[in-house]
Design a protein around this ligand. Sequence first.
Ligand SMILES: [Zn+2]
Length: 286
Amino acid sequence: MFPGVSAITTRRIPAVVTLLALLALTACTVGSSHPAHARQITAAQPTPSAPAPPPSASPSPTAKPAFKSLAWYVSQVPTFPEAPQPQPVALPTTGSAAFWHRLPTDQRVAFITIDDGGLARPPGVIDFIWEARIPVTMFLNSPAAAEHTDYFRQIEAVGGVVENHTITHNSLAGRSYDYQKQEICGAADTLEELFGKRPTLFRPPFGEHDSTTLKAAHDCGAKAVFHWTETVHEGKVRYQTPEKVVQPGDVLLMHFRPALMDDLLAALKAIHRAGLTPALLEQYVR
Ligand SMILES: [Zn+2]
């Protein structure tokens, strides 16, 4: 279940109320003060068959959504095979977090991850994720999460999960345990405070890490550290593996950047072309 229904409904009410108010105002002005003028206008112009529906209403089957409107993005999302029942993967018991480019699973799923959070936060993304039921994991830098908490909470409310991407976004590879622990635990503490849940997954900035990173991540509460197998930028998927097609367990990386709507759509299409279904990473790493 998605706990965000009420949040979405609430957000849409102002738009509907405004429209109804405008319609009421128009009706009052035309109907009561200037009936003759109103008739002239009606005679001179084509009679609309019905008032325009509120923006949140479903479009009629024949109406084509405007290019790159929310409805257009939703209309472009392919229909996926039903997601399998998640089988969580085995985790190491060595005192270090697992490190994966691709989740070790044969289940026919792939994972969408969105990083950073400081650069851009397209508002349409929240409704797109909700309406198309897109499972997303957000690896956030804690200062961006603190500054734009409402935005990320709204994505959380429609099913997204917040995870850890350090405080400063500096490369961790080769740094001391204390430095890495401060970056990872410091971000985890802030994210836990903001969202009420301690992150269990970690992505090192630039994917750069060493064995100290995996130990520090483990000590800060992370079960797994993720690299990626595909990047998505400005609506284009770039494969980092020889197969050039999304494989079961693949992890697609994109960022909170202006073209995130296009990136989400491109990722969904690539996953669909591979005969896979998008799934939530946290259901497989528990
Ligand atoms: Zn990053």
